[in-house]
Ligand binder design. Structure first.
Ligand SMILES: Cc1cn([C@H]2C[C@H](O)[C@@H](COP(=O)(O)OP(=O)(O)OP(=O)(O)O)O2)c(=O)[nH]c1=O
Length: 631
């Protein structure tokens, strides 16, 4: 089994791990899988006696965890993932299933049952492939389980309690963690160690190999020593799946004349356009007749090299309002789209075809039409439209990013290079013209609206009677808060230039209570009184010195028990993951003096101003949430 190509199949897919288990996240991150974490809300309460065997319980629970996340993302966030992975680990001893202990006594009961005996650890795994057909979620479920046998030594009462008091047992099946202190209790392990820790990686990769590389009809033995599989297009060389391909599809190998063979490079067969890609599971012969694996273009790197072209194709199609025309008039032929938007037919056809390949449009004999997600996110007037942000990305961020090299060399923003004027103040830059201001507000509104529900529900905020969203712009989050907490008094405080332009963005249906909009500068003016101050995507705009000014102002008006809620992309402490957030930090470099920060960095800033009990919630959506309370 070749691991990289198997995991590489997932590179181009939106993969979601439906688990809060840090161990599962680590196991999958360690092998380079890129995924979002959306913990499942499925309660592990299936009736155990209704399952003939313990592993059936684990598999069913894993499946339900994953299905809950797939459904929630589809319905609530309108974001259908490609793959959702769920897992459930249980310990089975004397026909009994042990899950996580509910308290120390429960941990004691579990560990004393395991003492001196062999038990089984089962992890059930569900891999759910999702697609959305006309707003319906369609799923294809693959599941499996893995068993590992573990034997404990005889545990003395003293050792047992010492272990329980360490706190380690509480979030682990059977009440122990083999990877840490619990390892000292173990006499032997038969089977996959990682399965005990929560995820049977080896079996998972084999399952993916089965799914993505089912045994080819014409297998390796049909290939002669002097033959190599041929490839056709650049695209087919990547080991990532194309959007439209089915996950069970297997592309067979074809023969190519040995004279065109070059073992160290991918081989193109220009004559045969119907030939297919090399597959690393098919051995290649080299000139000496020895077997050698094919050199392949690394799909991840190819995707990155192409990323800017894909972004620009999306930006241009959005700018030309292609998605708006197709929503109202589609399906349309390229010539009709070109006539509508006033562009060349040949250029338009290529743009539309690229959008089809990128999964934004569909193409049939009738012509081009929008996909569901283009209708939802890419038309300019939809409730969840990202059009504003896309235009902002094209007109503002693109020129800034073309100066990324200078930004990295100089360590500072590049507004002067991109726009020929010296940046005075971030927001003065945005608000110097009505057009730029409205574009920026539309961009901020679209992100705030799409993340508002997750931000507003990350913590129970019912204890706060009044809230002030500092820099709350169009009030997208404020309106969501009132939906969820109808008795909450919500104020948005933002610059006068912003408040003067909010009317376009107000919801047509009135909320239970209206949002109050107040104009002012939170660095200069008095802050309105509130129990909770919200700073959503504000701190990332500023360097630490300015943040201290703002936090000390808030701290001065905040009574004990009142709080601050931050909504930001929170980086992990090692700053290794979430490319969206780390790229956003480059985005802050090219245009501000701010940056994205880690949970510890936010905690450190807040604690210096008398805020404690700092809790961080990773929402799985674009913005994470930090809540803290004034002591
Ligand atoms: C036996 C054993 C379990 N565990 C962990 C793995 C799992 O995280 C946990 C079993 O609980 P699970 O319910 O499988 O998983 P979870 O609650 O941690 O996360 P989620 O339900 O969101 O997926 O026990 C260890 O870390 N080490 C061990 O030695």
């Amino acid at each position: 089994m070749a691991l990289n190509p198997v995991l590489g199949k997932l590179v181009s897919k939106r993969v979601v791990l439906a688990s809060a288990s840090p161990r599962r996240q680590e196991i999958l991150t360690n092998v380079g899988l890129r995924f979002e974490v959306v913990p499942s809300w499925f309660k592990e309460t299936l009736e155990k006696s209704s399952f003939a065997a313990p592993y059936e319980y684990a598999v069913e629970t894993a499946k339900q965890k994953a299905l809950e996340v797939a459904n929630r993302m589809h319905v609530k966030h309108l974001r259908t993932p490609d793959i959702v992975i769920g897992a459930d680990t249980i310990v089975s001893v004397d026909e009994q299933i042990l899950e996580k202990p509910v308290d120390k006594q429960d941990a004691y009961r579990m560990l004393s049952r395991l003492s001196g005996k062999e038990h089984s650890v089962f992890t059930g795994v569900a891999i759910i492939h999702c697609s959305s057909k006309g707003n319906q979620l369609e799923t294809e479920i693959t599941d499996f389980y893995e068993e590992t046998k573990v034997k404990f030594s005889d545990l003395s009462e003293e050792l047992l309690w010492e272990y329980i008091h360490s706190g380690e047992p509480m979030d682990k099946a059977g009440g122990y963690g083999i990877q840490a202190l619990g390892g000292m209790l173990v006499e032997y392990v038969h089977g996959d160690f990682l399965n005990v820790v929560g995820f049977p990686l080896n079996h998972f990769c084999k399952k993916l190999a089965e799914l993505y590389y089912p045994p080819p009809k014409h297998t390796v033995q049909h290939i002669k020593h002097d033959s190599i599989p041929s490839v056709d297009t650049f695209e087919n060389l990547s080991d990532g799946e194309s959007e439209s391909s089915n996950f069970t599809e297997h592309k067979g190998a074809k023969k190519l004349n040995s004279s065109s063979m070059c073992p160290s490079r991918p081989v193109y067969n220009c004559e045969n356009s119907s030939s297919v890609r090399t597959d690393s599971m098919v051995p290649l012969g080299n000139q000496n007749g020895a077997s050698e694996s094919a050199a392949k273009l690394p799909s991840k790197i190819v995707d990155l090299m192409d990323g800017f072209k894909a972004s620009k194709a999306l930006f241009v199609a959005s700018k030309l309002k292609v998605f708006d025309y197709l929503k109202t008039k589609g399906p349309l032929k390229a010539v009709d789209v070109a006539n509508e938007v006033g562009t060349s037919v040949c250029g338009t056809e290529r743009l539309l075809d690229a959008c089809v390949a990128l999964g934004l449009l569909e193409k049939t004999s009738q012509g081009y039409s929008n996909t569901d997600s283009a209708n939802t996110y890419l038309t300019s007037d939809g409730e969840y439209s990202l059009h504003g942000y896309i235009i902002h990305s094209n007109d503002h961020l693109w020129p800034l990013f073309t100066n990324l090299e200078s930004a990295v060399r100089e360590g500072s923003r590049q507004n002067h290079r991109a726009f020929g004027r010296k940046a005075e103040d971030l927001f003065k830059d945005y608000y110097h013209s009505q057009e730029v201001k409205q574009r920026f507000m539309a961009a901020m509104h679209s992100i705030a609206h799409l993340t508002a529900r997750d931000v507003a529900t990350a913590f129970d905020l019912s204890q706060f009677k009044s809230t002030c969203d500092l820099g709350g712009c169009t009030g997208a989050l404020a309106h969501e808060l009132i939906q969820i907490y109808p008795n909450m008094k919500v104020t948005v405080f933002d610059l006068p230039e912003v408040i003067a332009n909010i009317s376009y963005f107000q919801p047509s249906e009135q909320c239970a209570a209206p949002v109050t909009f107040l104009s002012g500068d939170f660095f200069k003016d008095n802050l309105p009184e509130a129990d909770l101050y919200i700073l959503s995507r504000i701190l990332h705009d500023w360097p630490d010195e300015r943040i201290h000014v703002l936090l000390s102002k808030i701290s001065a008006v905040c009574k004990p028990g009142c709080g601050i809620l931050l909504a930001e992309m929170v980086l992990d402490d090692e700053k290794k993951s979430r490319s969206t957030a780390l790229l956003q930090s480059l985005n802050m470099l090219v245009q501000t003096e701010g940056k994205e920060r880690s949970g510890s960095e936010y905690r450190g800033l807040l604690e210096q101003h008398g805020f404690a009990n700092v809790k961080i919630k990773l929402t799985g959506n674009l913005l994470d949430v930090v809540l803290c309370i004034k002591t």
